[in-house]
Design a protein around this ligand. Structure first.
Ligand SMILES: [Cu+2]
Length: 111
């Protein structure tokens, strides 16, 4: 009986910890990478949103490269792989692709 109660409490704890996290981290929008382009090239989301990039190419790899303040580059994404980033601050975030500078996109984060 005591063991039962303990197991129940553990499950409740696990659910409490997991549920809000998975909800908060669900992507608000997905950008497909195909034909050497980000689709859509401009995306508007609310602050706190998670944006997901999916490489839908057959054989080309890409990265997500932010060159503004606090800039960074994702790992190289191979076909079928994805990358996610959360945007907490309103603003306009231009980005590109490390190996293909002609690829451009922008995330507009609204309050
Ligand atoms: Cu690329």
């Amino acid at each position: 009986m005591a063991a039962h109660r303990r197991a129940g409490a553990l499950i409740a704890l696990a659910l409490a910890a997991a549920a809000p996290l998975s909800l908060a981290d669900a992507p608000a929008a997905t950008i497909r990478i195909e034909g050497y382009a980000f689709v859509p090239p401009e995306l508007v989301v609310r602050a706190g949103s998670v944006v997901r990039w999916e490489n839908a190419e057959k054989r080309t790899s890409h990265s997500i490269l932010f060159t503004g303040p606090g800039g960074f580059e994702s790992d190289r994404l191979f076909p079928g792989e994805h990358y996610e980033r959360r945007f907490d601050r309103p603003g306009r975030y231009a980005y590109g692709c490390g190996p293909h500078p002609e690829m451009r996109g922008v995330i507009v984060v609204e309050p």
